[in-house]
Ligand binder design. Structure first.
Ligand SMILES: *Cc1c(COP(=O)(O)O)cnc(C)c1O
Length: 387
């Protein structure tokens, strides 16, 4: 029996087929059970901000495990308070900001949905077509991919999915809207940015109609796009931002940060999570954020992203690239993304086929010149195989 059989015979049938059995990682590389090395340009889908086995994260987690892992929300920990203060600082929410901690992106979105209910209990939540907000019942209700929703209906009522245009938003906005939930760049859809000016217009309309502007930065946040959060490049302030993936560097954590008056919507006892904000996960996120700042990794994302895109554009099968910083979509001229990703894996390169005709890469924020050179060489070979 191979590990594939063991996997298939034990994991829930909803699981995708895994590409390799990984046993170890270091920096931008992982190794499988046979000792084969892979250059990881997906970073656990925008999660491993510091790469694998980064000494700063290893130390923070090891020391925290040896001290205090879990205490429940009946008690506070210095790590939880420090991370909440840090998140209100880096989001720009400031002293009016408040933080809810969960354990995943979907939980951050669930908190956002309840926040929207608190804003207008019977109001509509607007989300975008082709968006991704998670797989739990609430978050999948917002997800704009019918294939992910249909088998589980009825889902949340009063969610409307609109096209990702300013005109569609203007047409949809009324006083019944409780919240607009958007990704600044749709990661799962193949790294598709919102149209220019969208977030600014969304801010105006949400303010005018009393709707919350909730930004899902679960994939784009934690410095990946060249600023702490992508909305900061639009110069706007949301009412809430959902954070997860890269902020814990691989240790599961999710957070919802509220801004201004939205911070007063929840009252004592209205929301909670047993594991949320535990000292292990919050200590890990403090270490990740600290290292991103110390090592200048946001600047690295801002510089390396364009470098990677310049090197990719002009390769066989490549029509264009899109995204920001180190969240990059590669649009192909033929619907062979799945085949290219499979060939890349054989060659020892991890990339993701977001759909038939686009690849997604989200390398660790520590990525350097040598890894980019190796990436371009491996990707070129993989593309040539299908051109
Ligand atoms: C991954 C993701 C989610 C869901 O996060 P989970 O941790 O898988 O629950 C939600 N929104 C966006 C934009 C994501 O990329």
């Amino acid at each position: 029996m191979s590990w594939v059989d063991d996997y298939t015979n034990s994991l829930m049938k909803s699981a995708p087929t895994p590409g390799a059995l990984l046993v170890r990682g270091e920096g931008c590389y992982v190794w499988d059970v046979d000792g084969k090395r892979y250059l990881d340009f997906l970073g656990g889908i925008a999660v491993n901000s510091l790469g694998h086995a980064h000494p700063v994260l290893v130390k923070a987690v090891s020391e925290q495990v040896a001290s205090l892992v879990h205490i429940s929300n009946l008690f506070a920990s210095p790590q939880q308070i420090e991370l909440a203060q840090t998140l209100t600082r880096i989001t720009g929410a400031g002293s009016q900001g408040r933080v809810f901690f969960g354990n995943s992106g979907a939980e951050a979105i669930e908190a956002a949905i309840k926040l929207a209910r608190r804003n207008k209990q019977h109001g509509t939540i607007i989300a975008l077509e082709n968006s991704f907000h998670g797989r739990t019942t609430g978050s999948v209700s917002l997800t704009g991919k019918p294939a992910l929703r249909e088998d589980f209906e009825p889902l949340l009522p009063q969610v409307s999915h609109i096209a990702s245009t300013i005109e569609a938003l203007e047409a949809a906005m009324t006083h019944d809207v409780a919240a607009l939930v958007v990704e600044p760049i749709k990661g799962e859809a193949g790294v598709i940015p919102l149209p220019d000016g969208y977030l600014q217009r969304a801010r105006e309309l949400c303010t005018e109609f009393g709707a919350l502007l909730i930004i899902d930065e679960i994939q784009t946040g934690a410095g990946r796009t060249g600023t702490w959060f992508a909305y900061q490049q639009a110069g706007i302030v949301p009412d809430a931002v959902a954070i997860a993936k890269g902020i814990g560097g691989g240790v599961p954590i999710g957070a919802l940060v509220t801004f201004g008056a939205a911070s007063d919507l929840f009252t004592k006892g209205q929301h909670g999570s047993t594991f949320g904000g535990n000292p292990l996960a919050t200590g890990a996120a403090i270490a990740v954020i600290g290292e991103i700042e110390r090592a200048g990794l946001i600047e690295n994302a801002a510089v390396r992203g364009p470098q990677i895109r310049a090197a990719i554009e002009g390769l066989p099968l490549v029509a264009s690239t899109r995204g920001a910083g180190l969240l990059i979509g590669i649009v192909l001229t033929e619907p062979v993304a799945t085949e290219v990703a499979a060939t890349a894996l054989q060659l020892g390169l991890i990339v993701n086929a977001a759909n038939d005709s686009s690849l997604r890469i989200a390398p660790p924020l520590i990525v350097g010149g040598a890894e980019i050179t190796e990436f371009v060489s491996l990707l070129t070979t993989a593309l040539e195989a299908h051109a």
